[in-house]
Design a protein around this ligand. Structure first.
Ligand code: FPP
Length: 243
């Protein structure tokens, strides 16, 4: 463990309730090794499983990972197909969720995905619904603006049907209409790979999140890096607009 030689250990630290990760840098990781981009995504997927298991082990309540954005469809078809196939393999391996006590939920425009993936997703969610460990959100065909648009439309429909008044639309009712309804907002957002942007990720929910950036490419991001990020999080002074 990272803190072996130091006084600090994870147990002396406050864990964020909710960590969100942008799993970036798979392509560059592959390029550095003269491998196809698909090898980067396979390595990224393996790392995702390791990090999710680690988060479960340390008792994290919520982890949200960005697997595929509404903008990622612009990539070459071969790459999109490759990511979807990685996802299929992961979903078919249902014990990923059941035996590990991880409760999985997919956030994003899921119904627009291929039928077999939608079926596997609903099956995986159903199979893990009683799990009491980590709540794992996988953002797939996800866009923050798309999510907010979806929430506004569902609220507008309720107003149109006379089920609610415009005055009843509050920050809370908007939060309750997002894919992450009922979950705490992310406290801590991690983006490896040297990019310093949010890329349409959890844009409503991240209003008061702390950010952690690093040059490490996602397949190389280990539990030790996560420990270091959590240590840094503990040095932040979160004021939520107060003093
Ligand atoms: C960003 O790296 C990565 C993606 C858009 C895909 C992430 C997908 C996975 C890690 C697989 C997910 C699998 C499961 C089972 C959830 P990039 O391709 O943009 O890298 P680059 O910026 O170096 O090109």
């Amino acid at each position: 463990m990272l803190f072996k030689s130091k006084k600090t250990s994870l147990k002396d630290l406050v864990l964020p309730r909710h960590i969100a990760i942008i799993m970036d840098g798979n392509g560059r990781w592959a390029k550095k090794r003269a491998l196809p981009r698909s090898a980067g995504h396979s390595a990224g997927s393996k790392n995702f499983k390791d990090i999710a298991r680690y988060c479960n082990k340390i008792g994290l309540e919520y982890l949200t990972v960005y697997a595929f954005s509404t903008e990622n469809w612009k990539r070459p078809k071969e790459e999109v197909d490759n990511i979807m196939n990685i996802l299929r393999d992961y979903l078919k391996d249902a014990k990923n969720f059941k035996d590990e006590n991880i409760k999985v939920k997919f956030i994003g425009n899921i119904e627009a995905l291929p039928d077999d993936i939608v079926f596997l997703i609903r099956d995986a969610e159903e199979n893990s619904k009683e799990a009491t460990g980590l709540n794992l959100n996988i953002a797939l065909n996800y866009g923050g603006r798309d999510e907010i648009l979806f929430a506004f439309k569902s609220l507008a429909k309720k107003v149109q049907k006379g089920e609610m008044n415009i005055e009843d639309i509050t920050e809370q009712t908007i939060s309750n209409s997002l894919y992450t309804a009922g979950q705490p907002d992310p406290d801590f957002i991690i983006r490896p790979s040297g990019e310093y942007r949010l890329s349409n990720y959890l844009i409503w929910q991240s209003a008061y999140a702390e950010f952690w950036f690093s040059d490490i490419l996602w397949p190389d991001f280990t539990s030790k890096h996560l420990d270091k990020a959590i240590e840094d999080y503990n040095k932040r002074n979160r004021r939520f607009g107060g003093v």
